[in-house]
Write a protein of this length. Structure first.
Length: 304
């Protein structure tokens, strides 16, 4: 049985998501969640970073109470981050918690899907943020992780607030969302001042890049299927020559796919150099991956 993990912070976006799922608003579960049954097929996950002290704890208790009202199971996690913690670290801690909960509730090899309340404004903010930071092609078509569902992505923030008011929902406000300390918040304010036409241009850019990303991912999948095999030990095997002869950027994208996104861009560059010049019998290891070489082949296998 497929399980769904609802990421609920207690803010208006995630409370609308929870209500739409619980009430099956306009066939919401059939449209986005394969007709899953509520509450049996759902678990709510809430992560308290600890950044805002007592207020964070109050957010967690609010989510627990709301889940009791809806009759759905909730799993809460708590971190010990500080106000100086960057957005990327906080996000990683949050998603690490979601992954642990997903692993705990998985049954019989059935997938667990994370469902988030990201909406259209979040999408445009993320694209703008990636552009400012100097993104690659993936950054123009973000929010594309496997087993992560974002059913509100075509809905504007204002529409979610209207839904919440109309349906009498309550929610928590995160004051850090207004702090100019964070680049995302500054970009949010900038985007809010832009015309609908400007936002539409950014949306069209996203749609074009999403289509291109889908095509690139398909080509990468086809390449990996043609050029990789499994040996008797279950290791993934490729010919070193095949990777060495590719343009470096293409080879790195193939390695990214083969290693399931476990490695950063610098680590992928290190791996490609290792494949090019490493001596036979040498090994390169990371927390979740080992790579070995012989004269002609490269072997990938998870570290146990």
């Amino acid at each position: 049985m497929t399980k769904y993990l609802l990421a609920v912070s207690g803010g208006v976006d995630s409370m609308v998501l929870l209500d739409m799922v619980a009430t099956n608003y306009h066939g919401f579960r059939e449209k986005y969640l394969s007709g899953a049954q509520f509450p049996a097929d759902f678990v709510v996950a809430h992560y308290d970073h600890g950044i805002r002290g007592k207020v964070s704890a109050e957010d967690a208790e609010f989510v627990r109470q709301q889940c009791r009202n809806y009759g759905v199971t909730v799993q809460c996690g708590c971190g010990k981050l500080t106000a100086a913690t960057g957005e990327a670290v906080a996000r990683q801690c949050r998603y690490d918690f979601f992954r642990r909960v997903a692993e705990a509730i998985a049954r019989d090899d059935e997938p667990v899907y994370l469902v988030t309340a990201h909406h259209r404004d979040d999408l445009l903010e993320t694209i703008a943020l990636n552009i400012v930071r100097g993104t690659g092609w993936r950054g123009l078509a973000p929010m594309n992780q496997p087993r992560v569902l974002r059913p509100l992505l075509d809905i504007a923030k204002a529409e979610l607030v209207s839904y919440a008011i109309e349906h009498g929902l309550t929610w928590r406000e995160d004051q850090t969302n207004d702090s100019p300390r964070y680049l995302r918040n500054r970009l949010r304010a900038l985007l809010a001042s832009r015309s609908p036409a400007d936002k539409a241009k950014l949306t069209r850019l996203y749609e074009r890049q999403k289509h291109l990303r889908r095509q690139i991912e398909q080509e990468l999948e086809h390449y990996c299927a043609r050029h990789s095999t499994r040996d008797k030990q279950g290791r993934l095997v490729l010919r070193r020559y095949d990777l060495i002869m590719l343009p470096a950027d293409v080879a790195i994208e193939i390695l990214r796919r083969l290693t399931k996104g476990w490695l950063t861009r610098p680590q992928l560059g290190q791996l490609l150099l290792f494949i090019k010049v490493g001596k036979p019998s040498k090994q390169l290891s990371w927390k979740r991956l080992n790579v070995r070489l012989d004269v002609r082949r490269v072997y990938f296998y998870p570290e146990m």
